[in-house]
Design a protein around this ligand. Structure first.
Ligand SMILES: NC(=O)c1ccc[n+]([C@@H]2O[C@H](COP(=O)([O-])OP(=O)(O)OC[C@H]3O[C@@H](n4cnc5c(N)ncnc54)[C@H](O)[C@@H]3O)[C@@H](O)[C@H]2O)c1
Length: 458
């Protein structure tokens, strides 16, 4: 029997939590949704993952878990799979009517004009209109701009003629996810969660449920839009600050100042927060979240949030700086960049995960290909696969002698263990480090032509 949360008090909810009699449905079991489903299942709740990706659903149902790059994921997956606490399905209509709590962990990417695309949420919202009826809670974990839940999503669930009503037939809340890929299971256990809802009672019920499952601090915000604004602000703060240090890095490269030395010294000031330069900012969060805020502000005043507009431009131009550093190094070595062979070390948008969403590596590769460079890739997270149409190399020692230059794009921890001298297997070696992995002086002592992004090169 479905629980109608409108009529339950705290002690009844606690009883349902203690005897695990809530059924949980997670719609979208990708990078965030599947670990969330596992956490509920691991707490003892019968959990069903709903996803349009049949291959993913089949994998989960056959015990062949994805996300092999997430630490701790394997143990939890095997445990809940063996205890039969998790199943997956493609057809939303089969399970939602039986779920007490429905969590939406659907993608919120942007289109090629950088306009946020909320179509997955709106499609599922429309489906839910036919499937909810008894006061269930729908919790949106996807990242969206402030106001989207209260306006577009609410309307899509209620239907144009308000065939079902929020506060009666269902309840709408948000709990925007803040975990970091590569550390998700650990972040789930330690990061506070943000909660907002259309009414206050539901906000405290959601907090009670999440406290029970994750055991973390819950930060209750006055409504959904404030909770979503907090989530966006944390990520956009990083995007803007990275743009600031990226711009400093470009200046310092011309002034002969090492950006890392500056930032590491600045860190001693109690109210300075360190961010480091890099070849661009990728992933499904930071760039998208900046554009989500810009989408919100555009509707009010296109001149608002200029700082975010500039930050995006700067971060999106960083691949050009990588090309500039590389061209400069080729000049020093009297080699032509055209028809040269360049090895890209790392294609993920961040270290130690297998994820190329909006990775700056793609822009860097395309720009070099336009200059007639033959690009090769070495990335341990993508062995035996093709990335951006290029087969990934599996043996660094074998490929290095055939290369003219190596460019470190992602600081996977494996790369930190590479002996600098091994780059000397290249003829007239060139090394470009965009992530501050190698000490420029040690590289130069090895007679390698070196350019480090932000290392004060020119
Ligand atoms: N990945 C991150 O680092 C991260 C961190 C915090 C928040 N988020 C946010 O969480 C949300 C989910 O992100 P993710 O990285 O897990 O995305 P993902 O692409 O890994 O997973 C989304 C899943 O939803 C499924 N899906 C798409 N449309 C569907 C539909 N109509 N019905 C059912 N399933 C559908 C997809 O097949 C996919 O498996 C996004 O809003 C994202 O911004 C992501």
């Amino acid at each position: 029997m479905i629980k109608n949360f409108s009529v339950l008090d705290d002690s009844q909810i606690q009883e349902y939590l203690n005897n695990k009699s809530l059924k949980i449905g997670i719609v979208g079991i990708g990078r965030i949704g599947l670990p969330t489903a596992l956490s509920f299942a691991n707490s003892g709740f019968n959990t069903v993952g709903i996803d349009i990706n049949k291959k993913l659903v089949d994998m989960v149902n056959s015990g062949n878990y994805p996300l092999k790059d997430e630490p701790e994921f394997d143990k939890i997956f095997e445990s809940v799979y063996n205890n039969k606490k998790i199943t997956a399905i493609t057809d939303i209509s089969e399970v939602i009517p039986d779920c007490d709590v429905i969590i939406l962990s659907l993608p919120t990417p942007m289109d090629d004009q950088n306009i946020p695309d909320y179509s997955a949420l709106l499609t599922v919202g429309k489906n839910l209109n036919q499937l909810l009826s008894n006061g269930q809670i729908v919790i949106v974990e996807s990242t969206v701009e402030p106001g989207f839940i209260e306006n577009e999503l609410l309307q899509s669930i209620e239907g144009h003629d308000r065939t079902i009503k929020s506060g009666i037939d269902f309840h709408l809340a948000v709990c925007p996810e803040t975990a970091n890929p590569g550390e998700i299971m650990n972040d789930f256990k330690k990061l506070p969660r943000l909660v907002g809802a259309i009414d206050e009672k539901i906000s405290s019920i959601v907090s009670q449920i999440y406290k029970h499952v994750f055991g973390v601090e819950l930060i209750q915000l006055p409504n959904c839009k404030t909770a979503n604004a907090v989530k966006l602000t944390t990520n956009v703060f990083r995007d803007v600050n990275i743009a600031f240090v990226n711009e400093l890095a470009i200046l310092f490269d011309k002034l002969g100042i090492d950006t890392y030395t500056v930032i590491n010294a600045a860190k001693h000031k109690y109210n300075f927060q360190a961010h480091f330069p890099g070849p661009g900012v990728g992933g499904p969060c930071l760039p998208v979240n900046s554009y989500q805020y810009l989408n919100s502000s555009k509707k009010i005043d296109p001149d608002l949030l200029k700082i975010i507009q500039h930050a995006r431009k700067i971060n999106e131009k960083m691949p050009d700086h990588v090309i500039e550093l590389t061209s400069d190094a080729f000049k020093e070595s009297n080699k032509s960049i055209q028809n040269s062979n360049i090895l890209i070390l790392g294609v993920s948008y961040k270290p130690n995960i297998k994820d190329i969403q909006l990775s700056p590596a793609e822009h860097i590769i395309r720009k070099f290909q336009n200059l007639g460079v033959n690009i090769h890739i070495y990335d341990p997270y993508f062995f035996s696969s093709e990335v951006f149409g290029i087969k990934v190399e599996e043996n660094l020692d074998d490929i290095l002698p055939k290369m003219d230059a190596v460019i470190i794009v992602t600081d996977h921890h494996q790369f930190k263990n590479i002996e600098i001298s091994s780059f000397k297997k290249m003829k007239n070696p060139i090394l470009i480090d965009t992530r501050g992995i190698f000490d420029p002086i040690s590289v130069k002592h090895n007679n390698i032509i070196f350019r480090g992004l932000g290392r004060g090169n020119f």
